[in-house]
Design a protein around this ligand. Structure first.
Ligand code: FES
Ligand code: FES
Length: 159
């Protein structure tokens, strides 16, 4: 069965016709051509496919696209600073060397956004807990945790 749903994608309303069992990641990458969201394991284990749905980090490889009906979906394409520049989170990841191949990065950054939106001053432990579902095969987690701390500092501004 096919159906048409509408939801808000990176702030704009979209209407898509899809099969009942389509996964959100396929809707984003194949139907809507937003390929910033990556598929690693396809089984909810790696976090590469993380997007935010109504502010919550979800694995889009496990999330049925029809469930996005009426919700707000944020992907890496929607995360920008002013004047099309990098967001403060992306900037911190670049500056702290928290990216190598970049495959895990969109998911890491969206998981970071979900964390900082609810906790603007996270401890190392909070950061590791928030990112525990996001795996990185190249960078190592020390730089990633440092980048999240830097992003939190950037977000809070000068003390
Ligand atoms: S691709 Fe979704 S969790 Fe790995
Ligand atoms: S930077 Fe390559 S998997 Fe994380």
């Amino acid at each position: 069965m096919r159906r048409t749903i509408s939801f808000f994608l990176n702030g704009s309303e979209v209407n898509v016709t899809l099969k009942d069992h389509m996964r959100l990641i396929d809707c984003l990458r194949e139907t809507l051509n937003l390929t910033g969201t990556k598929e690693g394991c396809g089984e909810g284990e790696c976090g590469a496919c993380t997007v935010l749905v109504d502010g919550q980090a979800v694995n889009s490889c496990l999330y049925p696209a029809p469930e996005a009906e009426g919700k707000n979906v944020l992907t890496i394409e929607g995360l920008q600073g002013s004047e099309n520049r990098l967001s403060f989170i992306q900037k911190a990841f670049v500056e702290l060397g928290a990216i190598q191949c970049g495959f895990c990065t969109p998911g890491m950054i969206l998981a970071t956004k979900a964390l900082l939106d609810s906790n603007p001053d996270p401890s190392d432990q909070d950061i590791r807990a928030a990112l525990q579902g996001n795996l990185c095969r190249c960078t190592g987690y020390v730089q990633i945790v440092e980048a999240v701390k830097q992003a939190a500092e950037n977000m809070r501004g000068p003390e």
